[in-house]
Write a protein that binds this ligand. Structure first.
Ligand code: COA
Length: 257
């Protein structure tokens, strides 16, 4: 697999644009792609020429979440697994991050947005955090950050029932800032990133840090607690049934558990 092409990174006038590029699998993420994302975010964070980051997919998909076949072949069972390292890294990045989201944003495709400062999404965007339905648990700090962002009622509904919700529901709840026609999402998000990149950097970084200060250490310990349960559940028969059902394109049957 050519991971260089699956995650691309380019700099445009002090903005680093990081793109997930696996359209045939709706931008589902494999371990190799998490490694490439870690490298891209780390380089952007370290590069003094870069003042803002933009994460995006395509107009077809933002991300269908973790690649389920890769979960089965290559389960992230320890803390050094790429997905675990990426989730921790997201709480450590200091530079502002904007997201341009179209199409499905599932699992980490939604929880990643909780670490972004501004999110623009397309009218046809569909969000979901179906971890429980997959025999797994919330990740990326979402068991804390989602309720902080959208309130406990919505977070319970989305995390426990796991059903998809649309762009206007996401905007109404405060998960995203703006809903636009698909063709306008990227340019709008890029304009935000350029605006951020033009601000006085110390004031911007300092204010961002203040905004996140109260929640960041709790987010880190939540991510650790989620990872501990997630690793356990990955080995469970419940998750095995959910993954097999996905691969076999059938409904899972949890009645025997
Ligand atoms: N892991 C592995 N493959 C995935 C995937 C995932 N998370 N999401 C999509 N794909 C694959 C599909 O199996 C399909 O592959 P195929 O063409 O070889 O059969 C291809 O990507 C296109 O997906 P498809 O389901 O046909 O697209 P869709 O537009 O009808 O639906 C989704 C898109 C994202 C709603 C649907 O694919 C889905 O629900 N995916 C699973 C999401 C998920 O549970 N993610 C894990 C969260 S932890």
């Amino acid at each position: 697999m050519d991971t260089a092409a699956l995650i691309t990174s380019e700099t445009q006038d002090r903005v680093c644009i990081i793109r997930i590029n696996r359209p045939e699998k709706k931008n589902a993420l494999t371990a190799e792609m998490y490694e490439a994302l870690i490298a891209a975010f780390t380089q952007a964070e370290a590069d003094p020429q870069i003042r803002a980051m933009l994460i995006t997919g395509s107009e077809i998909a933002f991300s269908a979440g973790n690649d389920i076949a890769d979960f089965m072949a290559n389960p992230p069972l320890d803390d050094s697994a790429p997905v675990m390292r990426l989730l921790r890294l997201l709480t450590e990045l200091r530079k502002p991050m904007v997201a341009a989201v179209c199409g499905p944003a599932v699992g980490i495709g939604t929880t990643l947005l909780l670490h972004c400062d501004l999110v623009a999404c397309g009218e046809q965007t569909s969000f979901a955090v179906p971890f429980v339905s997959l025999g797994l648990c919330a990740e990326g700090g979402s068991s804390l950050l989602l309720a902080q962002r959208v309130g406990a009622a919505r977070a319970n509904e989305w995390l426990l029932l796991g059903e998809p919700f649309d762009a206007h529901t996401a905007a109404g709840a405060g998960l995203v800032n703006i809903v636009l026609p698909n063709g306008k999402v990227f340019d709008h998000a890029l304009a935000w990133a350029h605006k951020l990149a033009s601000k006085p950097p110390q004031a911007l970084l300092g204010t961002r840090e203040l905004i996140r200060r109260a929640s960041q250490s709790a987010a880190r310990s939540t991510i650790a607690a989620e990872a501990a349960l997630f690793k356990q559940l990955l080995k469970s028969e419940e998750a095995g049934e959910a993954f097999a059902a996905f691969v076999e394109k059938r409904k899972p049957d949890f009645s025997r558990f």
